[in-house]
Design a protein around this ligand. Structure first.
Ligand code: KIV
Length: 275
């Protein structure tokens, strides 16, 4: 399998081929996702919840992101690894955004970064692209604006709001992003945006008309089973499988069924006697 680049991702749109992308947060999950031939792995700031246990994506820091990004990169041979820029690592100044994007590429080993926002951050996107760092945009429902949006709700339902999101998409493409995540918008709006721009759209909760889809690793595996978001389909119940295996291990240790002879090493009794 070849090493994927931004060209690989853009070719999917040119060839009219749908593509699946997924998040990952550590060496093992990165290695598994990569082995399936998923062309783009996002180290999402959803790590804030599924790895670090925060309630939203707001608290996660650059250091916490850097740790998960470099772990995923170590497990990945072919996928393009995109690192999410955490909240307040790019909003306060372009200089700060450039420094932090640079850290995720240089120390984290990622091949691109992702930023949330539309027209208001196009100068930042352009500046990052200008120094040679590929950017994925992210518009619609932007979880880092949790408080401004009064929670996680579908965006772009009115004529004005939908128009604004279309303008965001066009502006982000113009700023130089090579792909665009559309999160939590009506499918008809995602279809219109996908037709209106030449970079691939990657949808989550945005319907079937996007060029690609992105899902959270823990959601599709049933690993984070506190709640199942509407946009997610569980392809397995891994949390349940883990609970069952750990419970059997516990019972076997308590009853003396584990460990068995094949799990340990013995030496001759005469050696022990001489100690
Ligand atoms: O953080 C994340 O996992 C994301 C995707 C859900 C798009 O931004």
């Amino acid at each position: 399998m070849p090493q994927n680049s931004i060209k690989t991702i853009q070719k999917f749109k040119l060839d009219k081929k749908k593509f699946a992308t997924l998040t990952a947060y550590d060496y093992t999950s990165g290695k598994i996702v990569d082995s399936i031939g998923i062309p783009l792995i996002l180290v999402g700031d959803s790590a804030s919840m599924v790895i670090y246990g925060y309630d939203t994506t707001i608290p996660i820091t650059m250091d916490e992101m850097l740790f998960v990004v470099s772990s995923v990169v170590k497990g990945t041979k072919n996928a393009l690894v995109v690192a999410d820029m955490p909240f307040m690592s790019y909003q306060s100044s372009i200089e700060k955004a450039l420094d932090n994007a640079g850290i995720l590429i240089k120390s984290g080993g990622a091949g691109a970064v992702k930023l949330e926002g539309g027209i208001e951050i196009v100068d930042t996107i352009a500046a990052i692209v200008n120094i040679g760092i590929p950017v994925v945009g992210h518009i619609g429902l932007t979880p880092q604006s949790f408080h401004q949006m009064s929670g996680y709700s579908i965006q772009g339902k009115t004529k004005e709001a939908a128009k604004h999101i279309v303008s965001d998409a066009i502006a982000v493409e113009k700023a130089g992003a090579f792909a665009l995540v559309l999160e939590g918008i009506p499918s008809e709006l995602a279809k219109k945006i996908t037709k209106s721009i030449s970079i691939p759209t990657i949808g989550i909760g945005a319907g079937p008309h996007c060029d690609g889809q992105i899902q959270v690793f823990h959601d599709i595996l049933g690993l984070f089973d506190t709640f199942v978001p509407k946009h997610a389909k569980q392809y397995a119940q891994v949390a349940e499988t883990m609970r069952s295996a750990i419970s059997t291990y516990k019972k076997e240790v308590e009853s003396g069924q584990f460990p068995l002879k094949e799990h340990y090493t013995s030496i001759d009794k005469s050696v022990i006697k001489k100690i």
